[in-house]
Ligand binder design. Sequence first.
Ligand code: FAD
Length: 465
Amino acid sequence: MHMVMIGGSDAGISAALRARELDPRAEVTVVLQDAYPNFSICGIPYYVSSEVAHWRNLAHRTISDLEAAGMRLRLDTVARRIDVPGRKLLISTADGGEELLSYDKLVIGTGAVPVRPPIGGLAGAGALGLRDGVHLLHSMGDTFAVMRTLEQADPASAVIVGGGYVGLEMADALTVRGLAVTQMEQLPEVLPTVDPELGALVHAELAARGVEVLAATTVQAISKAVPGRGGRLQVQASAADGSLVTRVADMVLVVVGVRPETTLAAGAGATLGVRGAIAVDPGMRTGLPDVYAAGDCVITHHRLLGVTYLPLGTTAHKQGRVAGENAVGGNRAYAGSLGTQVVKIFAQAAARTGLRDHEARAAGFDPVTVGSAADDHKAYYPGSHRIAMRVTGDRATGRLLGLQLFGHKNAEIAKRIDIAATAIFHAMTVDAVSDLDLSYTPPLGSPWDAVQMGAQAWTRISTWD
Ligand SMILES: Cc1cc2nc3c(=O)[nH]c(=O)nc-3n(C[C@H](O)[C@H](O)[C@H](O)COP(=O)(O)OP(=O)(O)OC[C@H]3O[C@@H](n4cnc5c(N)ncnc54)[C@H](O)[C@@H]3O)c2cc1C
């Protein structure tokens, strides 16, 4: 049995590892268009900030580890066309040649590419690029380009277009490197994946660290600045009231989200679904014979929403594992995402799982969302922090639908959101969260964990309502 994985990131490598684990006789070839298999692109901001000393440290596994696990790696190799009936993959090899690879099973893990928004100066003749200090960020190649700008041009200032989680992590990273950062977000508040009440707390943390945050600001154009204006690039934007906002900076980072990379799959006749991502069943089957797909290139099965598109590393790993297992004859189903995510912004962290109020309403629930706050551990023990919470539950059934958290990075925000993710996964009510037997010692927690206090606040208020 010869399996071919296209893409050497989270989905492709997870599929390859699982296939080899279950069938050590399976021949596994991974085709990837760069030379950086199994790199943690989630860690890029921490290499840019210098907290991770060397880019090699971002590798989940080295090339030798992957080869020892039984994979044949085809680096700098681009998959061009899939011949589905003939079970062949046309590839362009590193030396510029072409080759046909036969496969018995194929896993497409082509991931996502950064969105290039319709901003003047980013496309067309005379478009600004890396040499001008204008960057997108997704791959290791993009990272090396950012580092070249940082090391060779020694920028003093940066504008970050986009206030989503990658934009926030990069605002943190570039500030740590000593740049003066302006963050522009077209929506009314940064981190628009959480409620504005928590987004405002993220905003305050950025501002406290010296980041100039311009929310409700839509970037219109990036151009070369007039020499002597204090930076080599000029960013023009419009504020919510229509007024013009102009900033001059030495570099610009455009991080406004991703779109699924589906050219190859679509060319082979795969059905596309939400946001143009490859439609797959929960077993990661594309519907094309012997062709599976996983990761940022596919639609996401969501436990509360049905089908959506939610590109995340955790999801890509799990979907890849399912694809690998099924490709060697298994029958595993991806259990579904809840969109659980967490981001560190300087000394704070924000997290969410499940649905926010408007998402739950759109999905047919009757949501109530209650904000509250509690200490991460007993306040009498030094170093306690308040955690801001927003619990969303269904009024009719009492079911927990979502939780959002904001608090100090040492306040176990990630693990606390995981309590809620586990509870939602198992369709628990908000009230039942209080029954969970959670751990307690004063330096680390409270007899009622903060999440349980948030649940109790929800139960009180939704009952009175
Ligand atoms: C800066 C940053 C921070 C992030 N932080 C987090 C985080 O904290 N938590 C989290 O859950 N997620 C995070 N993510 C998202 C996460 O990294 C992605 O969801 C995940 O990497 C997706 O994995 P993937 O394998 O599906 O796709 P990708 O990582 O996009 O990889 C696809 C691979 O396929 C290759 N490829 C594409 N087409 C071809 C072709 N035709 N031939 C050969 N090779 C091809 C590409 O070169 C690429 O290497 C972050 C992303 C970024 C950019």
